[in-house]
Write a protein of this length. Structure first.
Length: 203
């Protein structure tokens, strides 16, 4: 038991260190590069979403050095695609709800200091009704394994997608967020596609 506990703690420490390292790397990207990378990634992502003929797409608002999603959101609006943002579930801890997002949608800061749509049940879309979920991530590897922030929000959202086919998850990340290999947990949901400013990776 002692060795198993130590191994578990060691793995957790490794993931924590890697998470911090990659977050630091993306924070070091200059403002000019951020704008350039966001525009390039938006163009690539829009092309993939168009190929999928998706009409209901969930995204997220940028936080902590992530690729800016605003260029993609504006492009989707212009293309007539409905955009949705996640909202922390008020009753089921660790789960997400999704609400329609337009230029006039009121936003509030949640407990994680991330902006989300104000709770409005009339604007809600269930996860399995979405065509695509563009997922944030901290790190990814060359087989599509994804490391998030550690809360498991998107793993819970996507747990059934391989059986139902929806919502199709696509990761969005800077190129510098790729690592050689990630040690996956049994609850981690691998991604079939990841888009960066320079590449579209399909797994």
């Amino acid at each position: 038991m002692k060795s198993q506990f130590s191994s578990s703690q060691s793995a957790k420490a490794t993931r924590t260190a890697l998470r911090a390292q990659v977050r630091d790397a993306r924070r070091c990207i200059s403002d000019n590069e951020q704008h350039s990378f966001a525009a390039a990634a938006a163009k690539q992502m829009l092309a993939e979403i168009t190929k999928l003929k998706a009409k209901h797409v969930a995204l997220y608002l940028t936080n902590d050095g992530e690729l800016d999603t605003q260029p993609l959101i504006r492009a989707l609006w212009e293309a007539g695609v409905m955009v949705y943002l996640p909202h922390l579930h008020p009753f089921c801890k660790g789960n997400l709800l999704f609400f329609a997002y337009t230029p006039t949608t009121p936003l509030v800061q949640n407990a994680l200091k991330i902006w989300e749509p104000k709770l409005d049940i009339t604007k809600m879309m269930l996860a399995h009704q979405l065509d695509v979920v563009v997922t944030p991530l901290v790190a990814f590897d060359n087989v599509g394994a994804r490391m998030g922030m550690g809360g498991g929000f998107y793993d819970r959202t996507l747990v059934n997608w391989q059986h139902t086919g929806k919502p199709y998850p696509i990761g969005l990340a800077h190129d510098c967020q790729q690592v050689e290999a990630l040690a996956s947990e049994h609850w981690d949901v691998p991604l079939p596609m990841i888009v960066t400013p320079t590449r579209v990776l399909v797994f």
